[in-house]
Design a protein around this ligand. Sequence first.
Ligand code: SF4
Ligand code: FE
Length: 483
Amino acid sequence: MTLKTPEEYFKSIQHPVNLYMFGEKVEEFWNHPIIKPSINTVMKIYELAQMDEYKDLMTTTSHLTGDTINRFTHIHQSVDDLIKKVKMQRLLGQQTACCFQRCVGFDTANALYSITYEMDKKNGTEYHNRFKKYWIEVQSQDLMVGGAMTDTKGDRSKRPKDQPDPDAFLHIVEERDDGIIVRGAKIHQTGYLNSHRAIIMPTLSLRPGEEQYAVSFGVNTNEKGITLVYGRQSCDTRKMELGKLDVGNFKYGGQEIFVIFDNVYIPNDQIFMNGEIEFAGKLVNRFAGFHRQSYGGCKVGVGDVLIGAASLITEYNGTEKASHIRDKLVEMVHLNETLYSCGIACSSLGFQREAGNFEMDMLLANVCKLNVTRFPYEIGRLAEDLAGGLICTMPSEADFKSEEIGHLIEKYLNTSEETCAEDRYKVLRFIENLTMGLASVSYRTESLHGAGSPQAQRIMISRQADLTEKKKLIKKILDIDLK
Ligand code: SF4
Ligand code: FE
């Protein structure tokens, strides 16, 4: 059986890593209260894949082995696969209300699959078969794979080769007969710690003289020479408190890691690009396209939960019947479904690459993500509007549960006989958490910068826009010379 149970997954990540948080080394990260919710989130993926109800979305058949695999390890074989990917991501967003972390490696694999094929075709290399072999291992062990793209980039006005510190972009520092040695850092690494392996990619298009930066490879996440530093998130120490309600979403969470590679050895059979500068930019854009498609699913699922929370709090507040409240909820749904429409649309217009796999429509994937940089902010603003100012003035759970004053807070937080003050407290904290606290990383900042900042999507949209064709349209209608 290729599918891991959630418990098997949990056991399988219990290995030593060189991890730091708050200036201290962390042992047994899987038991750390700040990290555990992010592991629960990934366990949910493994759990749903075991359930008959979700089998069609969460699992599929490998085109490489014919075995049943988790969809997060699949190489898309049809437009239907592309659509199911987005539906699966919405489902997981609905079930966890946060970033579930496993899409980055998924999107990397789908980009590398065709890029390695095209590199081999042009240069006679053997990356494609090597990658397929590597990926069969991932599928057959149901591994979680991270995808690492973003370098620290040093001085943004300078090219990688002109940086005062050459490590500002991850690069090859030594070539050996049996492999390479790499150095540098990758930041914003979603779910890296919860992954068994990671695939590293270049961060931008490269030019002659920058061959040492054109490198892609697979690596075990705890390989010798790798240091991890846990990314802190707003209000994260609330997870260290005795109570759990102030955390908001106390079951699930995301995870971002600062990953430092200090002379890490990569054997030849894990290298998928080595110096092919003309393919670096293609890999970046193709990966980004797949990940921009992803956002039309995952953020929509989280949006569904936030809309549910906003609707529930109006019920608890006794305002749900007011027409302007209903209007705002409709507006939230409209914005959220627009994002979903973009995710489904770029999948529906997917096409087959020469390598045989299917890819989303690049223009619509970028339109999807550009909308994601805006709409969740508006949905969040409307949720705050409907919840009221209590989301950021409410006393702590310790006060709410205090023997001396707890009854007073409860008395004044009660709204009606049908409403339980603690339930109201929970929902208000959830909205606070998602719009401005811990989970705002997953829903807001990640919507803005994840899969590339808005300007990156504008550049891709302008490249795909084909204004010459559009000018021809108007010329034809007005009988203007077409030349
Ligand atoms: Fe997946 Fe969304 Fe998280 Fe990216 S931001 S890893 S697409 S859940
Ligand atoms: Fe992301």
